[in-house]
Write a protein that binds this ligand. Structure first.
Ligand code: SAH
Length: 366
């Protein structure tokens, strides 16, 4: 196992927010402390939301003083917190002087889902996604990823967040190490104690990283499929040209392994006249017969300059019925938080694009 050194803030202090238990134990060992101090620190930081070492009363005075000198706990800076008419909450977080990301909380009957961003912008260029239009700046650190949960947990209060989805801005599998560290904190009983079934990573299909993920974690998996054949998926999700559907589905099968209760959720954004015909639904049924699957149909959420329209509710219903009749569990995602631009594909933050893609795309847009 390789160890990445603990991140050091501009202040010269080690940032503790993003350290999972083992990394925190190594940090404690460097201070000459026993590894179990890591569990105490995790509870203070993540369960109680304490940022001042002085308040950590079950640590010795000497240790508190050492921590004060060498370490810090800095949560994210929220520049905007909005609440939609339907109860959806969105935070805009300033990650550095150039960049902002977004985090969304979606309350539902009996559960509450927090949608986290993993990158500033996105390096992929899915044509129906407004994050893609923004271009890409950088990966978020594990502290910046878990910091979104930390902030929401302490603003919303205990018991509200029951599920986490890595479905915000960015491609989580292209920020592998930081995402894995953040997920380890979500799973840790001394931090957030979420069960692995209640954490879902959504990917556009970075096949080698998906295999690596299966080696270290077994959280729930969602795959942004969006098309039943390579010709169309090449257009909608360009990473398909590198990892075509056949390879992607084989990797999904490896990920769920032999556990027959586990299923991969395939996300399918409904684009009028593009991927929503009955013939395409039937092709999707044939395709997914090889993998234990569920399908989540997502009405397309428009954004300025988008070259698509959403399928009609009637077309979505018909499409879903074909899947369901073939025995595929199918749900249709309700659009939430549309009035505060918090819906899928509407998260834009503020990205200092380093790829200059936003220029190319704004020229190409109709
Ligand atoms: N990069 C990862 C994580 C982002 S998840 C992935 O691709 O899975 C965001 C989800 O919202 C994906 O399923 C994405 O395809 C979907 N989405 C993106 N833009 C959308 C839009 N305009 N309307 C509806 N869903 C969209």
């Amino acid at each position: 196992m390789k160890f990445t050194p603990a991140p050091v803030e501009p202040s010269g202090k080690v940032s503790l927010l993003g350290l999972e238990r083992q990394a925190l134990a190594r940090f404690c060992a460097e201070l000459g402390e026993k590894p179990f101090r890591a569990a105490q620190l995790l509870q203070w930081i993540h369960q109680r939301g304490v940022t001042e070492f002085a308040a950590m009363t079950d640590l010795s005075k000497a240790l508190r003083a050492r921590l004060e000198q060498t370490a810090e706990i800095r949560g994210p800076e929220a520049v905007l917190a909005q609440r939609s008419a339907d109860g959806t909450c969105k935070w805009v977080l300033q990650t550095d002087s150039h960049n902002r990301i977004e985090t969304v909380f979606i309350p539902e009957e009996g559960r509450g889902t927090l949608c986290l961003s993993t990158q500033v912008g996105c390096a992929l260029a899915c044509t129906f996604c407004s994050t893609a239009r923004q271009g890409f700046n950088r990966n978020l650190s594990s502290a910046e990823i878990i910091g979104q949960l930390w902030l929401a947990r302490h603003q919303l209060g205990p018991g509200r967040i029951t599920n986490v989805v890595l479905m915000g801005m960015g491609e989580p599998l292209l920020n592998f190490d930081a995402v894995v560290d953040a997920v380890r904190l979500m799973l840790d009983d001394f931090a957030y104690g979420l069960s692995k079934r209640r954490i879902t990573l959504s990917t556009s299909g970075v096949v080698p990283a998906l295999d690596r993920l299966g080696e270290v974690l077994d959280i729930s998996l969602a795959v942004s499929l969006h098309a039943p054949d390579d010709a169309l998926r090449d257009q909608l999700v360009p990473i398909n040209r590198k990892y075509p559907i056949g390879e992607l589905l084989a990797a999904c099968k490896r990920y769920v392994g032999r556990d027959r209760r586990r299923k991969v959720t395939f996300e399918y954004v409904m684009l009028e006249g593009v991927n929503d015909s009955p013939a395409q639904a039937k092709a999707l049924v044939r395709l997914l017969s090889q993998v234990p699957s569920k399908v989540n149909l997502i009405p397309f959420n428009p954004f300025p300059g988008a070259p698509f329209r959403s399928s009609s509710p009637e077309a979505i219903r018909r499409f879903g019925e074909i899947l369901q009749r073939a025995g595929l569990i199918t749900t249709t995602r309700r659009t939430r938080g549309g009035d505060i631009d918090a819906a899928c594909g509407q998260l834009v933050g503020q990205v200092h694009d380093r790829t200059r893609r936003h220029l190319r795309l704004s020229v190409a847009a109709p």
